[in-house]
Unconditional design. Structure first.
Length: 486
């Protein structure tokens, strides 16, 4: 078939990982990201691609550089690149890959790089030694482009109550899923652990995984000296891991540019389509905590455009916490017993903050190169399951390129109550925060009779014990000044 010369195609990828920090010669995020871009350029098999890069975009992370892309461009010799710094959000790598595809399709870019990375493990190790990474000065440069909406993660009051911390939010969602399905507490814990054991198994074959040792469902489910409880029922193994020295880079070009620079056909993975949907920032305002409307909207959009996802051979579902993968399988019609990741997910593969989907895309490309007749889907998930992005890729060119789309869920919502409100409530979701000594605080999503919700807490041992031993979702209680009691 004849391929439109503006069709966007991934021509190079890389993943860089340092399992052990190099404390004798510490690397910062720019070092690791520059190494990733250089490796991705080499992966293209083309010649003199660096000098032709016209767009170099960095997904925001924990680093504090004003224009990290300019520093990377200087390191790799991309002297003609416009620089971009995106906003935060786990959906951003997939959403922005679609945006780059659109820019290429419209002729606004020809060769673009997407990269991110962190040296969090190095920073933490240096801190334990009373040391810090050497400051890297930034030179004045042409104005960079900021891209993407600000990621809203909750008010100060809600965050102080623990309700807008991801490890708690996703655990609360899991409790709502459990209650809606009528699962016992043990059955729900088994479900999450078995799902995560599949992710752990994939990580054992991932040379870049932060934790490739592998864990059984029982080892994941049950607390141990190396796997303490974090937000009940989530143990440490069920939680995202951003304490890594990792980076990845993806190079997207027009088909014409790939031809011009001699990129071999077997290196090319085409961007077919990108679907992004947006939900409410806080789960408190969703009508039901066991359901994510924008994820359901994404499922409907993809099914209409791509057909059943069961026919797509390779998947990478965003694995930050078990609840979002459980819902992705349910709403997309995918068996949870399938292989759902090409990396091992955030718990076992680890990833820089906001870039797990970028790591997954970089890992998906070699899979599709080795299986050129197949298709692959990579999911990004941002905030409190509030932004969902899915990209469709293949070594086979698309019959027609689909511009990336963003859809906003229009489902009815409920109000968020004033955090100081008191009165009788129904419990819609629960978790218990733990430290190394044991349970320290219950975090509850509580609903008043008018449907509005707030986050509440309890340090009462009886309340925390009840949450961990019997079904408390759907029970009645009282909130006063943010404190819950049965």
């Amino acid at each position: 078939m004849t391929i439109d010369p503006r069709t966007p195609v991934i021509i190079g990828i890389s993943q860089i990982s340092y399992p052990t920090p190099r404390l004798d010669n510490p690397l910062d995020a720019i070092d690791i990201m520059s190494e990733a871009v250089s490796a991705a350029l080499a992966d293209t098999g083309g010649s003199d691609v660096a000098n032709a890069i016209d767009t170099l975009a960095v997904v925001a992370g924990l680093f504090s550089f004003r224009d990290p892309a300019a520093l990377i461009a200087a390191e790799i010799g991309a002297h003609n690149a416009r620089t971009v710094l995106t906003s935060m959000g786990g959906n951003t790598p997939i959403t922005f890959t679609g945006e780059l595809g659109d820019r290429i399709w419209r002729g606004e870019a020809d060769i673009a790089v997407l990269v991110s990375g962190e040296s969090n493990a190095t920073r933490r190790a240096l801190k334990r030694q009373g040391r810090r990474l050497k400051h890297r000065a930034e030179q004045s440069s042409e104005p960079m482009q900021a891209w993407g909406p600000t990621l809203e993660m909750g008010s100060e009051v809600d965050t102080a109550r623990g309700g807008e911390l991801p490890r708690n939010t996703y655990a609360v969602m899991d409790s709502a899923i459990r209650a809606h399905r009528g699962e016992s507490l043990d059955d729900a814990r088994d479900r999450a652990a078995e799902l995560w054991a599949g992710y752990a198994g994939v990580a054992t074959a991932n040379p870049h995984a932060a934790d490739p040792a592998g864990m059984t469902a029982s080892e994941i489910r049950n607390p141990s000296p190396t796997n303490r409880m974090v937000s009940w029922p989530y143990t440490k193994a069920m939680c995202a891991n951003n304490h890594v020295d990792q980076a990845a880079a993806v190079i997207v070009a027009s088909t014409e540019a790939a031809d011009r620079f001699g990129v071999p056909a077997e290196k090319r993975i085409y961007v077919h389509d990108t679907v992004t949907t947006v939900d409410t920032d806080s789960i408190l305002t969703r009508r039901e905590l066991h359901h994510v409307p924008a994820l359901a909207l994404a499922a409907a959009e993809m099914t209409e455009r791509w057909g059943s996802l069961t026919d797509i051979k390779h998947l990478d579902f965003y694995g930050c916490f078990p609840s979002v993968v459980t819902l992705s399988c349910e709403l997309l019609g995918i068996s949870p017993s399938r292989q759902l990741t090409v990396t091992g997910g955030l718990g076992f593969a680890g990833a820089p903050l906001n870039f797990a989907a970028g790591q997954s895309l970089a890992a998906m490309v070699p899979v599709l190169r080795a299986d050129p007749s197949s298709q692959g889907v990579v999911q990004g998930n941002g905030g409190h399951a509030s932004k969902h992005s899915f990209g469709l890729y293949s070594a086979q060119p698309p019959q027609a390129y689909h511009s990336a789309t963003v859809a906003y869920d229009q489902s009815p919502t409920t109000a968020q109550a004033d955090p100081g409100r008191s009165g009788d409530v129904v419990v819609d979701g629960v978790t218990v925060e733990h430290d190394s000594e044991g349970p320290v605080r219950a975090v509850l999503a509580c609903r008043f009779d008018d449907g509005s919700r707030l986050w509440a807490n309890s340090t009462d041992v009886a309340v925390m014990t009840a949450i961990e031993t019997k079904e408390t979702v759907g029970t009645n209680g009282t909130v006063s000044a943010g404190q819950f009691s049965f």
